[in-house]
Design a protein around this ligand. Structure first.
Ligand code: SF4
Length: 211
């Protein structure tokens, strides 16, 4: 993980005894960056304590913000389908984001996703580091460029290096692929199906290493 540029106020909120519930409760009151003002609630990671695979996306979306749960919107449903096709049980995975509040801008009556900036990503990093320390996954899969660059480094290009296992101190296996929301944004059905198949192919690689 790249060097921390500053001490986040979130570091002082990490409970001394790490459990998923203590972390989630502590993160609910986080105001370490300005996103707590625009998001409805902190959307913490979700999954079992002992899993082999941790998926890390960018930030919660509109549905996740309202429900308080990660990957439950359209992108999460696509991830579920792709995991099923690749032969991976979602119950065997933990899903989270590098930023735990929804960043958005208004467009008419809709709330449109806005990419978090480097300060917000750095401010939220103590929560992700605590999740990693607790879960200790065998495999980390970064979903999309924001997560990949935060975890692997700013030079990482998902378009060129997706689906490759990389050396990392974070976990025995680290891979990045596209965020499922990018598949949903494909310009036409044919492209969407092609991108979905490529996504499943990436997931099948991790299915092989966790078997
Ligand atoms: S985005 Fe992260 S650091 Fe910012 S307020 Fe939410 S939980 Fe805290």
């Amino acid at each position: 993980m790249p060097k921390k540029p500053f001490k986040s106020a979130a570091e002082d909120l990490i409970p001394p005894r790490l459990t998923l519930s203590s972390l989630k409760s502590a993160a609910a009151g986080c105001q370490a960056c300005d996103l707590w003002k625009t998001g409805t609630q902190t959307v913490f990671g979700e999954g079992a304590r002992r899993v082999k695979v941790m998926f890390i996306g960018e930030q919660p979306g509109n549905e996740e913000d309202l429900s308080g749960r990660p990957f439950v919107g359209p992108a999460g449903r696509l991830l579920d389908d792709a995991l099923d096709t690749a032969g991976i049980d979602r119950k065997q995975t933990y899903v989270t984001n590098v930023v735990k509040h929804f960043k958005w801008e208004p467009r008419g009556k809709r709330r449109i996703h806005k990419k978090p900036n480097s300060t917000q990503i750095a401010a939220c990093r103590p929560w992700l580091e605590a999740e990693l320390a607790l879960i200790k996954p065998d495999v980390i899969v970064a979903l999309g460029a924001t997560a990949a660059q935060s975890l692997i480094g700013p030079q990482f290009r998902v378009t060129k290096q997706r689906g490759e296992f990389l050396e990392s101190t974070l976990a025995p296996y680290v891979m990045a692929t596209v965020h499922p929301s990018s598949i949903l944004r494909a310009p036409d059905d044919e492209t969407r199906q092609l991108e979905y198949r490529r996504f499943v192919d990436d997931l099948k690689k991790l299915a092989r290493v966790i078997k």
